[in-house]
Design a protein around this ligand. Structure first.
Ligand code: GUN
Ligand code: MOS
Length: 757
């Protein structure tokens, strides 16, 4: 087996032994204080009075910090400066941080929190995007993409359908809750250990809040116990809070949210309320598509504008539609600011066009699959944002899936089963995906790597990549091992630290391995050239005869006596640098926001899933028999890791579409505030069989070693679960009215099975 076939996520070794270090595992200094956040018990209102006296009087309480203690700006908003670190005179969501209680122990801080009296004059609460729109409550101006002439194209359509859809939010449920630890260094410098996807965001925001230069703040990340987008922006406040306390107390301070606090205080995937109009020709070509997406952004912008933008980028999923008009409106509500979540608005957009297709198919009396297949993207088709589709694998993955998985047999099985069973029904759905790879914000697509070869031949690599379970550190090791032809044991991936790699983009957008991997590759290749020069001098030959293989220098394919370790010490003696710092910025990409046209993505990832479900029509419960996928990995550099990403994303996508149900009451209080009321897929609810076949492809050079990004795209296969269930309901109840209101919980299924009868 080659390295790419056999490589495991190297973190798995420490994970299974319980040795992996997270923020809560940091060896804290003696005298470290522990903190708890005091947050708003109302979703909207004016703070009339807060009495901290009883809390402050509690033995062991050191100090309570509020906005009054902020020496710099009480502001943590990234894209739009609309979010205070601590509430000042009013509160905008239930769970909004108001103060930080710092005490000798977390227990004492928690006790102190219960002793704070707060008086809030309540104001009207908005919890849905539609209410916000009716009230003119927005984050920013709407955005629209358009291609062709939608209005006129509808005139040529044989069929036109309109409808509304809803997709709910989703809780990230990273196993490691949010947290941070700050310690004072000399001269007022502060080091923060953070569970963040974006160390530079933490550094920059902390500096801004404390009124310090960025060089006074060092942020270090070992790994995250999951991020999923929830720690792209929203790991920042906790880190800033402990740094603020450390700034004032000159003592280290730790804050780890417990699950209840985390669920209540943090934002989630954005719920969307959308409406669409779809027009088709007689031969089922989608000629025109119009959609309006109302994004429930929550109480502050956070990443909402960027997420809204990605909704538009993916609004037509894997289809070519010649006439498109899409608009997204970020609606300001009194929920915690919703934030990045695997897929970043893309899944929400894709659910709408899949709903439109399902509706059209039902009304016309054809299978949704026929409409999907008739409109798949082809080479040189234009996306609504102007990019020309290249190296398209939409049809390839679709037709490969049909062939490899014997679709006729599968469909026959479902049909036979449904004929022969009255209280169980099966449903099948196809779900193609197309996802653009790159940060949609072009300036963010860059990374750096710092590679040291130590004088014993071992290597240390620092990049901006944050390991969060996705296996990026293993991929970085593979790259270096491959360039130098040395075993991975000789390579160490250092923590992600702002003093070694600065001004970084977050680990996000599925792009971490591409951006940091390309930078690592560049640094290693530069070192390799230097080593080859030394070797050629030493062996009296020309550089182009030299090759490094299996820890030895080869000349003209013949092994020399010069080993890797000797070569390194000779390089050192010659006073040649064994360190390289490389910068990579994605070439070719650009986007003009004034025209909403450009070429924002390095490439796209494609795939097709076939999902089969069995419904228990007495109980309304369902199981997924199988998910069969042909996925576009490009040429995977780490097959096991990438398969794990597909499986995990699929489960998360199915969870979003079927069982995960976030509920706020009309007062803006989170009801699904624990794992007893918020159900995510477990080992019993994941599909019984998941088969993932790599599509045959030449790959794409914009991807690292032709190995395409894999983090987010497969989540959207989960959208097929919604439609598979709905098809099974239809098989049981011919009078069922199609619904486009995710998640499709067992309760909704049960109602649907018996409605209109
Ligand atoms: N996560 C997924 N896509 C994106 C993106 O385009 N930008 C950012 N910031 N995060 C993402
Ligand atoms: Mo972004 S959802 O953190 O990749």
């Amino acid at each position: 087996k080659s390295l790419k076939q056999s490589i495991k996520n190297l973190d798995s070794y420490t994970h299974v032994r319980g040795e992996s270090l997270y923020v809560d595992d940091v060896n804290v200094r003696q005298g470290t204080f522990h903190a708890v956040v005091f947050d708003s018990p109302k979703a909207h209102g004016k703070i009339k009075h807060i009495d901290y006296s009883k809390a402050e009087a509690l033995e062991g309480v050191e100090r309570i910090f509020t906005y009054k203690d902020v020496p710099g700006k009480n502001q943590i908003g990234g894209i739009i400066p609309d979010e205070p670190l601590f509430a000042e005179n009013d509160v905008h969501f239930w769970g909004m941080p108001i103060a930080l209680i710092v005490a000798e122990t977390e227990f004492i801080a928690r006790k102190a929190r219960s002793l704070i009296d707060i008086d809030i004059e309540e104001l009207p609460v908005i919890t849905t995007a539609k209410q916000a729109k009716a009230n003119g409550s927005f984050i920013n101006a709407p955005r629209s993409f358009s291609l062709g002439d939608t209005e006129n194209a509808f005139k040529d359509c044989e069929y036109i359908f309109e409808g509304e859809t809803f997709s709910n939010g989703q809780e990230h449920l990273y196993i490691e809750a949010q947290g941070a630890y700050a310690e004072p260094l000399e001269n007022g410098n502060i080091k923060i250990t953070s569970s963040t996807q974006g160390p530079t965001a933490v550094q920059k925001t902390t500096a801004q809040v404390l009124g310090l230069a960025m060089h006074k703040i060092e942020v270090d990340v070992t790994r995250l116990g999951g991020g999923f987008g929830g720690k792209e922006d929203q790991a920042t406040p906790w880190a800033v809070m402990v740094a603020l306390a450390t700034f004032h107390l000159n003592q280290s301070v730790k804050l780890i949210l417990n699950r209840h606090d985390d669920l209540r205080m943090t934002g989630k995937r954005h719920p969307y309320e959308s409406s669409y109009k779809i027009g088709l020709s007689k031969d089922l070509k989608i000629l025109a598509y119009e959609a309006e997406f109302l994004q429930n952004s929550g109480a502050a912008a956070d990443l909402s504008p960027a997420i809204a933008e990605r909704t538009l980028f993916h609004a037509t999923n894997s289809y070519f539609v010649p006439n498109v008009t899409t608009t997204v409106i970020s609606c300001k509500t009194n929920l915690p600011p919703n934030t990045a979540f695997r897929g970043f608005g893309g899944p929400q957009g894709m659910f709408v066009i899949e709903s439109a297709i399902a509706k059209a198919a039902h009304e016309i009396g054809v299978s949704p699959r026929q409409i999907q297949e008739a409109n798949l993207l082809d080479e040189n088709d234009t996306f609504s944002y102007g990019q020309i589709a290249k190296k398209v694998e939409a049809k390839n993955t679709w037709h490969s899936a049909k062939k490899i998985f014997n679709i006729e047999d599968l469909e026959q099985e479902v049909e036979d089963f449904n004929k022969n069973n009255s209280s169980f029904k099966k449903g099948l759905a196809f779900m193609p995906i197309t996802f653009g790879i790159s940060f949609t914000n072009t300036p963010m697509n860059h990374a750096r790597a710092l590679v040291h070869i130590y004088l014993d031949g071992s290597i240390g690599i620092s990049t901006a990549a944050v390991e969060m379970g996705q296996g990026v550190n293993t991929k970085m090791m593979q790259i270096a091992a491959d360039v130098f032809s040395i075993p991975i044991e000789k390579i160490k991936i250092e923590t992600t630290n702002t003093t070694r790699v600065a001004n970084t983009s977050p680990s996000a957008a599925s792009s971490t391995a591409d951006l940091n991997g390309k930078a690592t590759l560049k640094a290693c290749k530069a070192l390799l050239e230097r080593l080859k020069t030394v070797a050629s001098e030493d062996l009296n030959t020309s550089e182009d005869q030299i090759e490094l293989k299996d820890e030895f220098v080869y000349v003209n394919n013949k092994k020399s006596n010069l080993s890797w370790t000797e070569l390194i010490s000779k390089t050192m003696l010659k006073r040649v640098a064994l360190t390289e710092n490389a910068h990579y910025a994605t070439p070719e990409i650009h986007f003009d926001k004034t025209k909403e046209k450009g070429h924002p993505f390095a490439y796209h990832v494609y795939g097709t899933a076939i999902i089969t479900t069995t419904l228990d029509c007495i109980r309304g419960t369902y199981e997924f028999d199988s998910v069969k996928i042909v996925h576009d990995y490009g040429k995977s550099m780490s097959e096991g890791i990438d398969l794990g990403q597909v499986e995990g994303a699929l489960a998360q996508g199915i969870g979003w579409m079927t069982m995960e149900e976030i509920a706020y009451n009309d007062d803006g209080k989170l009801l699904s505030n624990a794992l007893s009321t918020y159900k995510i897929p477990d080992i019993f609810s994941v599909p019984k069989e998941v088969e993932v076949i790599p599509v045959e492809t030449d790959g794409n050079d914009m991807a690292i070693l032709k190995s395409k990004a894999v983090g987010e795209p497969p989540l959207m296969y989960g959208i097929g679960a919604y439609f598979a269930i709905q098809n099974a309901i239809k098989a049981f109840n011919p009078n069922y009215d199609l619904k486009f209101h995710a998640p499709m919980t067992p309760e909704k299924v049960l109602m649907g099975l018996y409605e209109n009868n």
